[in-house]
Ligand binder design. Structure first.
Ligand SMILES: [Zn+2]
Ligand SMILES: [Zn+2]
Length: 161
């Protein structure tokens, strides 16, 4: 999604009061800077946004990279688009190319369940922790995660390349 289009869509959340995180580990809490109504500073990382000449860009409220990161976490459509850009639908496990590919978190997000807000591991939400899997590999992985639940060894080790 072009940043400009999406950014204007997000104007209505500007300066909204910070909500208490509901504990949904699939949608981690947004940073305080997300709720501040200040142009020229980034709503994701909180740093200033500079123009090429080094002065503060008062028209912007997102760094390009930060917006990409944000969208990856909170917009599933954008998450698929980014993953498609990288993998082109090729299964990371068996290598097959299938139109009905799935987006999978290598380290399962569920491991962040019941983790306190300040202890969240953000690497779980990065593009590096996402892989393309075909339907059958995805099912196998999900099944093995269920079976191995409760064991100490992390499941994803088996699945990394
Ligand atoms: Zn930023
Ligand atoms: Zn596969």
């Amino acid at each position: 999604m072009p940043l400009s289009r999406w950014s204007s869509r997000h104007k209505k959340t500007f300066g909204k009061k910070k909500e208490k995180w509901d504990g949904n580990f699939r949608l981690p809490p947004k940073p305080d800077s997300y709720y501040t109504e200040t142009k020229g500073s980034c709503r994701w990382c909180g740093d200033v946004i500079l123009k090429e000449d080094g002065t503060i860009n008062m028209r912007k409220s997102w760094h390009e990279d930060c917006a990409t990161e944000y969208l990856l976490i909170y917009h599933s459509g954008e998450q698929r688009a980014q993953l498609w850009n990288r993998d082109k639908g090729k299964c990371n496990h068996c290598g097959c190319e299938n139109r009905t590919w799935h987006a999978d978190h290598i380290k399962p997000l569920v491991e962040q369940k019941h983790v306190k807000e300040e202890d969240l591991d953000w690497s779980y939400y990065s593009l590096d922790n996402l892989q393309t899997l075909c339907k059958s590999c995805h099912r196998k992985k999900t099944n093995s995660e269920v079976k191995l639940k409760g064991k100490k060894k992390p499941v994803y080790k088996k699945w990394s390349k």
